[in-house]
Design a protein around this ligand. Structure first.
Ligand SMILES: Nc1nc2c(c(=O)[nH]1)N[C@H]1C(S)=C(S)[C@@H](COP(=O)(O)OP(=O)(O)OC[C@H]3O[C@@H](n4cnc5c(=O)[nH]c(N)nc54)[C@H](O)[C@@H]3O)O[C@H]1N2
Ligand SMILES: Nc1nc2c(c(=O)[nH]1)N[C@H]1C(S)=C(S)[C@@H](COP(=O)(O)OP(=O)(O)OC[C@H]3O[C@@H](n4cnc5c(=O)[nH]c(N)nc54)[C@H](O)[C@@H]3O)O[C@H]1N2
Ligand code: SF4
Ligand SMILES: [Mo]
Length: 691
């Protein structure tokens, strides 16, 4: 709701739309139609008045001179970024006639949508786009760059993705931050962790990298990447060996304990210590803590899913609280995402209108394998038209140079909806200008807490930019479609998807908690959504999909595309989020964000650097069979941040701000995770040499 502060000045409540677990509440001060101030909504129970180093300067982004404010039509060679301004009519007509021609010649499935989570808003992420592409009969976008593997992995044990309320971490006495960089990526959870700490909680970080979160931990365990499952199996070995079990919980609510016991009997701490490259002591202490300190809360996000066997990380991790009954306690259990609770009050299936579909099952195409899809000569029909929105695949999807070769195709017509001239947008034939969150309305369900946020429109869209929903309405009209579902307005879309929520309160306060109990303990008394109602320590359905029935350590050497131990590419490459001022590739184009972060670098251990004659600050080439980067070397002289054998190049930089316009995904593996629909970005092998 907006309220007047003084003459001509209003404060408008909104919610951050970024792909971030925090979904913060904000307020925008508007004077004379111009947003002059933006800050956190102090009433928001989770974000409590704070935003972050990315969004503190959101108004710089809104009013940036680099914003795309008018439709653009390409005039130069693809990739050069040469465009001319066009009217909406001309640009729409051009795209609509292409949709028609491609559909007639190759069929609707020659059209591919590629949308990501540039906005996580309920209607601006996915609503009328689904209806539009159903109407067109386009190929269906499947898989995901983020979260799919983690969700499916935990479901293999729990039967559903439901998890504990992250805010309950405040009541924990032991906190395991496992494969998540909380202080960087989930910063508003940190105050709740600090509260727990003030009450005596111990914080353990488990990460192959000494992140800023690791720096702040009480205990830091640094396993070799991709080896965590071995550690988890050894923890279970010790819990069983030392009888640190909640036998009652195990008996009543789980199936397969005897088989699991047999499985982990071989996973002695000594064996796991060897696999993980950590000490037996670290494992013994962690197991004793986990078995004796209550409540014990395990927090993970998605860092560990970006591997071929990422599924097994989440499958196994969710077994740990079964053995100790940690699910029983407020402040215990496990949480990765609480996004699926929103389904209780937010029904986005209303955006699928079966009658619009051309009546057939549309071809699935993997968004994760965009490079392969665009270069696949055998695909029938081939992809002739690509729509990119809410994403920047040339920077964020794996094997980027293959994507670039696809985008260069003269016979591919690419449409991009964007706020800025991204690496991907430079390859567009037509660009439509997208407005920002303060220029549109939406509702933001969160995956990091239980509050739904309302986002009021604070200012009119700048220039001729439009909300995504408006783009799809205009495209539908230009294509000559007349079905009313394609033209539904934003308020109506929102209200038809929300139910059992106090919408008036949501609008007035800017947030409302999902209708769920205060003490949300989804598995305190079992209640797993499995056939037996019990958690699946053994899952008999898995062999049918090529996975072992029991939690199993699958060694990295099995990686099909980038096997470890090769002489040519001996170093493992990780490319996590690293910079506090970037949000994926969003913001790294802006001077106030990028300049203070320096430049893209490659971090390696002193041993690996010395072997290659590389000193801190040298220019190096990081390369493999897919591509190469020219970056500055950072050598951890005191050791410890990265381990020998591992190199890190941060993710998030855009081409304009790198030495050779290439970013880290030029190198990454586009192998799919074994199961679950995710990408194996981090199963990437490279070599580094001094330039
Ligand atoms: N500042 C900032 N914040 C962000 C983002 C951003 O780009 N910048 N992105 C947002 C998005 S889209 C998401 S999904 C979240 C992601 O939030 P996180 O999942 O917390 O972040 P990541 O950097 O993807 O990965 C977390 C950690 O996983 C570790 N990791 C990788 N492989 C392994 C492994 O095998 N074992 C273990 N134990 N750890 C491993 C990495 O070293 C990394 O430190 O962050 C969100 N927040
Ligand atoms: N190597 C490596 N690669 C990774 C990761 C990693 O850790 N390492 N992380 C992965 C993860 S977790 C994720 S989530 C993905 C993120 O991948 P993407 O979703 O592609 O993320 P962004 O780069 O932030 O691109 C979002 C774009 O959407 C645009 N945008 C924002 N709002 C709107 C809007 O309302 N309308 C329109 N039309 N556009 C809008 C922004 O300007 C921005 O360019 O990257 C993945 N890629
Ligand atoms: S990016 Fe994340 S931390 Fe920053 S304001 Fe948005 S939701 Fe909050
Ligand atoms: Mo993500």
């Amino acid at each position: 709701m907006s309220s007047s502060t003084h003459e001509g000045s209003r404060v408008v409540l909104g919610t951050c739309h970024h792909d971030c677990p925090d979904s913060c509440g904000w307020e925008v001060t508007v004077e004379g139609g111009v947003a002059v101030k933006m800050r956190g909504n102090a009433q928001h129970p989770y974000s409590q008045g704070e935003l972050c180093p990315k969004v503190n300067r959101f108004l710089d982004r809104v009013y940036s001179p680099d914003r795309i404010l008018y439709p653009l039509i390409r005039t130069g060679v693809k990739g050069t970024g040469e465009f001319r301004q066009a009217t909406w009519d001309e640009a729409l007509h051009l795209v609509a006639s292409r949709v028609h021609e491609v559909s007639v010649e190759f069929g609707g499935e020659a059209i591919m949508p590629w949308g990501s989570a540039g906005t996580q808003g309920l209607i601006q992420m996915n609503s009328l786009d689904r209806r539009f592409f159903a109407m067109v009969g386009a190929s269906r976008q499947v898989d995901s760059l983020c979260g799919a593997t983690a969700m499916v992995g935990s479901t293999l044990t729990l039967g559903s993705p439901l998890a504990n309320d992250p805010m309950d971490i405040e009541f924990a006495q032991l906190i395991l931050l496992w494969g998540t960089n909380t202080r960087l990526a989930n910063r508003h959870l940190w105050p709740f962790i600090e509260k727990a700490r003030a009450n005596g909680a111990k914080v353990v970080v488990i990460d192959p990298l000494r992140t800023m979160t690791a720096e702040a931990a009480d205990v830091f365990i640094q396993p070799l990447p991709g080896t965590d499952v071995a550690l988890m199996l050894a923890l279970m070995h010790i819990l069983i060996r030392d009888e640190l079990l909640d036998v009652d919980y195990i008996t009543q609510y789980t199936e397969g304990f005897d088989e699991l016991k047999e499985q982990v009997s071989q996973w002695t701490p000594a064996r796991a210590a060897k696999v993980c490259g950590i000490s037996i002591d670290e494992i013994e202490t962690l197991a004793r803590d986990y078995g004796t300190i209550k409540p014990a809360f395990i927090r993970s996000l998605i860092g560990a899913e970006h591997r071929e066997h990422g599924i097994m990380f989440f499958r196994t991790l969710t077994c740990l609280p079964m053995l100790t009954g940690a699910w029983r306690h407020k402040g215990g259990g496990f949480s990765r995402s609480v996004g699926s609770y929103a389904a209780t009050n937010v029904d986005d299936s209303v955006f699928d209108v079966p009658s619009l579909d051309v009546g057939k099952v549309r071809r699935p195409l993997s968004m994760n394998r965009l490079g392969r899809v665009l270069n696949d000569a055998t695909l029938a029909p081939p992809v002739k038209m690509l729509f990119v929105y809410n994403g920047n695949p040339l920077v964020t999807a794996p094997n980027a140079e293959l994507i670039r070769r696809g985008l260069e195709r003269e016979d591919l017509f690419t449409v991009v909806s964007e706020q800025f001239m991204t690496d991907t947008a430079k390859y567009a034939d037509v660009i439509f200008p997208a407005c920002t969150q303060i220029e549109q309305i939406d509702v933001v369900p969160s995956w990091g807490h239980l509050y739904v946020g309302w986002n009021h429109q604070a200012i009119q869209p700048l220039g001729e930019s439009v909300a995504n929903t408006e783009l799809w309405r205009r495209l539908s009209a230009a294509c000559g479609f007349t079905e009313p579902e394609l033209f539904e307005d934003d308020e109506s879309l929102l209200t038809s998807a929300l139910h059992d929520l106090d919408i008036e309160k949501l609008k007035a306060d800017g947030f409302v908690r999902l209708s769920l109990p205060v003490d949300l303990l989804p598995y305190a008394n079992g209640g797993f959504e499995t056939a037996s109602g019990k958690a699946m320590l053994i899952n008999h359905g898995l062999p049918a999909v090529g996975l072992p029935a029991l939690p199993t350590y699958l060694a990295g050497e099995e990686m099909a595309a980038d096997p470890t131990g090769q002489a040519q590419y001996p170093l493992s490459l990780m490319s996590p989020k690293t910079h506090v001022r970037f949000l994926n590739s969003t913001y790294s184009n802006l001077p106030h964000h990028a300049t203070p972060e320096g430049e893209m670098f490659c971090e390696l251990d002193l041993v690996d650097a010395t072997q290659r004659g590389i000193a801190d600050g040298d220019r190096v080439r990081v390369f493999n069979q897919r591509g190469e980067l020219n970056v500055v070397a950072r050598v951890a002289v005191n050791g410890g941040r990265v381990r020998p054998g591992l190199v890190v190049v941060p993710f998030g930089w855009v081409g304009d701000r790198t030495k050779d316009t290439k970013t880290v995904n030029a190198l990454t593996n586009d192998l799919m995770a074994t199961y679950g629909g995710g990408v194996s970005y981090y199963d990437t092998q490279v070599q580094v040499e001094k330039i």
